[in-house]
Design a protein around this ligand. Structure first.
Ligand SMILES: [Zn+2]
Length: 430
């Protein structure tokens, strides 16, 4: 009869009743404190594994169960001016222990690299003795230092195995490259990588147009099915004003065209990073730049004062000074034939006679000299003659080494196929 009554009750009431029943059961069977002490032959030990007799049917329960099983690591945030000794002191440990830890083999030296914002995990036993230290070196590497006996610790670096999978992104430029890439779900670091791969062929600051498009295949790393980080771009295609550029990653870490020519060239197309210039995209749509170039034999990049300007190629600074026309300016000689000039800096970052590397910051955008507003005026000279840096034919890039050509051809064929497949997937999805 009781059963019948129960069945007729609403679900909430049933739950309440069974909860109450359980509570009463617990009250009946719970031992008094004294009884417990005498019965309690099994004290839980730190670091020992115990089976947990619970049924697990939600991720939260699983998490709770796992936490019971995990030793109590204490997390210490590394602050400005911290070092190992200070952190161990905060944890109530002795200078002696700091000494043991810091001399626990060559891997322990990694602790010298700790930076504010990172964290150190300590495992301290109930007697207040340090058992282990963990320090995350990267997304896949962890330094672990463990006690061996009373006064000896050993260090090791644990490496996490990651699964690599491929992801891809495609987009067409409507307002600017950055927005198109974000809309295509390309992570921020990959947007910059993509611009870097094509930075020798395409001036991302001034030469992108509405209708330009990109197609990228990149790696993603997973650990136990969980996303850890995005990896390298393995293949990419960029269509700029109707011209198609394709780049394939080789095992040497460099990018080549499918025919095996290096993407890396003696000169970058633009001596400023596009991310500072993207706002000028709309204004340049009708392309007055060519005419403007003829009028004053240089290319102007409007950018905020202080925007870093980089050397377009390796070379030597042949002039770094100030005059009332050019303001603060820098000239660089590249080999025999080429000179690049950068005018109107607010501040120079190099000196005359200095060697510079491609991509090195040589000064900061300003409006010194005859300049209406902050901008970089950039000139490119071949054998003393001004040429348009964005259209001039540049020295041919070196092809891939002969003994690598065959291996690369195989990779390239596979990657070109991948690029084609992603296009078909997108077409099918739309
Ligand atoms: Zn100019």
């Amino acid at each position: 009869m009781v059963q019948k009554t129960l069945k007729q009750l609403p679900i909430k009431h049933k739950a309440l009743l069974s909860g109450l029943a359980l509570f009463l059961l617990v009250l009946i069977f719970i031992p008094s404190e004294q009884a417990q002490a005498s019965k309690n032959s099994q004290i839980l030990e730190v670091g020992k594994r115990y089976d947990i007799p619970v049924s697990i049917d939600s991720p939260e329960q699983l998490q709770q169960a796992l936490e019971v099983d995990t030793p109590d690591w204490q997390v210490f945030k590394i602050k400005q001016g911290d070092n190992l000794a200070k952190i161990l002191h905060r944890a109530g440990l002795t200078p002696q222990e700091t000494h043991y830890v810091s001399t626990a083999g060559k891997d322990a030296k990694q602790l010298l690299k700790m930076r504010p914002g990172q964290q150190l995990e300590l495992l301290i036993d109930p007697a207040g003795q340090l058992e282990s230290i963990r320090y995350q070196l990267s997304s896949t590497k962890t330094l672990e230092i463990d006690r061996q006996d009373t006064n000896k610790f050993a260090s090791k670096i644990l490496e996490q195995n990651l699964d690599t999978r491929f992801n891809f992104a495609q987009g067409e430029i409507v307002s600017n490259f950055w927005n198109a890439a974000v809309k295509a779900n390309l992570p921020e670091n990959q947007i910059m990588n993509l611009a870097g791969i094509f930075g020798w062929d395409i001036d991302f600051a001034l030469e992108l147009r509405q209708g330009d498009s990109f197609n990228v295949v990149y790696e993603e790393h997973f650990s136990n099915g969980e996303f850890v980080e995005s990896g390298k771009i393995v293949a990419a295609e960029f269509v700029n004003q109707g011209e198609v550029f394709t780049a394939i990653l080789h095992e040497d870490g460099n990018y080549y065209t499918p025919q095996g020519r290096s993407m890396r060239k003696s000169f970058l197309r633009a001596p400023v990073n596009f991310k500072y210039i993207s706002s000028s995209f709309k204004k340049k749509r009708f392309h007055p730049v060519q005419k403007r170039w003829k009028a004053h034999r240089g290319v102007d990049y409007a950018a905020n004062t202080g925007t870093p300007v980089i050397a377009a190629g390796d070379g030597r600074v042949i002039r770094a000074t100030y005059d009332k026309f050019n303001g603060h300016h820098v000239f660089i000689q590249h080999g025999e034939k080429y000179v690049t000039k950068y005018l109107h800096f607010t501040k120079r970052a190099v000196k005359k006679g200095q060697s510079v590397k491609q991509g090195q910051v040589i000064g900061y955008v300003g409006a010194t000299g005859l300049a209406a507003g902050p901008h970089l005026h950039y000139e490119f000279l071949v054998d003393g003659v001004h040429r348009n840096p964005r259209t001039v034919a540049l020295p041919q890039a070196k092809p891939i080494a002969k003994d690598e050509a065959q291996a690369f051809a195989k990779i390239a064929a596979k990657r070109v196929e991948q690029l084609g497949n992603t296009k078909r997937i997108m077409l099918a999805m739309n």
